[in-house]
Design a protein around this ligand. Structure first.
Ligand code: ARG
Length: 464
């Protein structure tokens, strides 16, 4: 029979369809460890405050340990719990009762599922965020490792997807690394707000028994307690923060994925993904598709939708607990799982891809040095705006002659403006290496400026 935590004043059972909509065990069984940890801490406080005898307390502690082992085994073997109960809180209490008998009936003293489930979720998040932290550091490490190794590769840099200026490939890789570094910090910044224990808030009003909420919080590993019992059972701001964060992080992965997808096309051919991170076509035998990164790109939409969905659920809710809040866990787990997989797929794709330095180099064309040519004029005293127009004129002239900036003869330049300098000075501009090496200012694409970024990131990685 189904063990129900309520129903004393009911004459009829809930309808099957309500049960189906209401039951959350399939989702919240994932919180069993946190639920049991919270119950153990709660029992300890009840005992200290004189509301549990030594015997009952001992029975509850031993019984909860057994329940944890049983559930762990069942989840390992079957992937789900087959308990008839509506949620993990009821299932744990029924299982405890089966082990220790009526001592179990004292565990829920002065507690509500409202503070209990809020506590479980926060505990779960505190533990799980660690895994996201590690995955982010792994991805940053892979990017930094490649950037260090591929410092010599020079590739086209694009704005508006039009060839812009030559850049170091490493500079491109690091341009996607810094947002992920910031994501790590952003996640860290949420921790102090997340790490507040709601337990002892009851259903809404607080706890009428003399329990020490701060001691209880520390016992569960929280830094602090929530400061208001109604706020405690009402607020899901930490989940909103997390979902918004996950959405931003997945957006960063999506943009990185998109660049690499384009670069893996035959038209670019800068990268080739390993077999492990490519898929084929059922019809076209020659295809190698970057499905992994496309899924990452798509997942960003899913995560943005999820964070939006949850804010929509919260908007306009009356104070404190309403059952609408139950979907918090479904959305939280969905975003969390998806993001973790995405981080790993991006890490694996980048770690195992091949970069074709030659293709990157051959995609550069002299027009991409037009800016450098203008700067050469500026160094000879020409005002930049005039230099810009003069190089524009050179481009026009070269096109008319069906040449490019590099193949156009020196005399054509001098005819436009003598400040283009000697033939030798002019030719010196047409070096990809010399071009990128001019950009030595902090954050630029020269070797030393990229190396500084790498040193900063390496120092940061060392901390973790
Ligand atoms: N399963 C519920 C949730 O996760 C637990 C809280 C239920 N409280 C209640 N009063 N029905 O939101």
């Amino acid at each position: 029979d189904r063990y129900q935590l309520w129903g004393g004043c009911f004459e009829e059972e809930p309808s099957a369809v309500l049960r189906r909509l209401n039951d959350s065990l399939a989702v919240d069984s994932r919180l069993y460890r946190e639920d049991i940890r919270g119950s153990q801490a709660w029992a300890k406080e009840l005992h200290r405050s004189g509301h549990l005898s030594n015997e009952d307390h001992q029975a509850i502690q031993d019984g909860l340990a057994k329940v944890e082992k049983d559930i762990e085994e069942e989840l390992t073997n079957h992937g789900r719990l087959s308990d008839p109960e509506e949620d993990i809180h009821s299932a744990v209490e029924r299982r405890l009762h089966a082990h220790i008998g009526d001592s179990a009936l004292r565990l829920h003293t002065a507690r509500s599922r409202n503070d209990q489930s809020a506590t479980d979720t926060r505990l779960w998040m505190l533990a799980s965020i660690q895994r996201l932290h590690s995955s982010l550091v792994e991805l940053v490490t892979v990017l930094v490792k490649r950037a260090q190794r591929e410092m010599d590769i020079i590739a086209p840099g694009y704005t508006h997807l039009q060839r812009a200026q030559p850049i170091r490939w490493s500079h491109f890789l690091l341009s996607h690394t810094w947002p992920l570094h910031d994501d790590f910090l952003r996640l860290e910044e949420q921790r102090s707000r997340l790490s507040r224990s709601p337990l002892g808030s009851g259903a809404i009003a607080g706890c009428a028994l003399p329990i020490d909420r701060t001691r209880l919080a520390k016992d569960m590993g929280f830094e602090d307690i929530t400061p208001n019992s109604m706020f405690a059972v009402s607020s899901r701001d930490h989940i909103v923060e997390f979902l918004n964060w996950a959405s931003l992080c997945s957006l960063h992965l999506s943009r990185l994925a998109e660049d690499l997808i384009i670069y893996s096309s035959q038209e670019f051919g800068f990268v080739r993904f390993s077999d492990q991170f490519s898929t084929g076509s059922s019809l076209m035998p020659q295809k190698r598709n970057p499905d992994g990164l496309e899924l990452v790109r798509g997942a960003a939409g899913l995560m943005l939708g999820t964070s939006m969905a949850f804010s929509c659920i919260l908007k306009g809710l009356p104070s404190t607990y309403n059952k609408d809040l139950q979907s918090d866990k479904e959305l939280l787990f969905r975003s969390y799982d998806k993001l973790l997989d995405c981080l790993k797929v991006v890490t694996g794709s980048i770690d195992t891809m091949e970069v074709n330095a030659d293709r990157a180099l051959r995609s550069l064309e002299p027009g991409m040095l037009a800016t450098d040519l203008a700067h050469a004029l500026v160094r000879r005293g020409v005002p930049f705006r005039r230099a810009h127009h003069l190089v524009g004129a050179a481009l026009r002239r070269a096109a008319a002659l069906q040449l490019d900036l590099q193949t156009m003869p020196h005399c054509e330049y001098v005819a436009i403006c003598p400040e283009f300098g000697t033939e030798e000075e002019l030719r010196a501009v047409f070096s990809w290496e010399a071009s990128v090496e001019q950009y030595t200012s902090a954050g630029g694409t020269s070797r030393s400026a990229v190396q500084n970024q790498l040193d900063d990131l390496n120092r940061w990685i060392q901390q973790y």
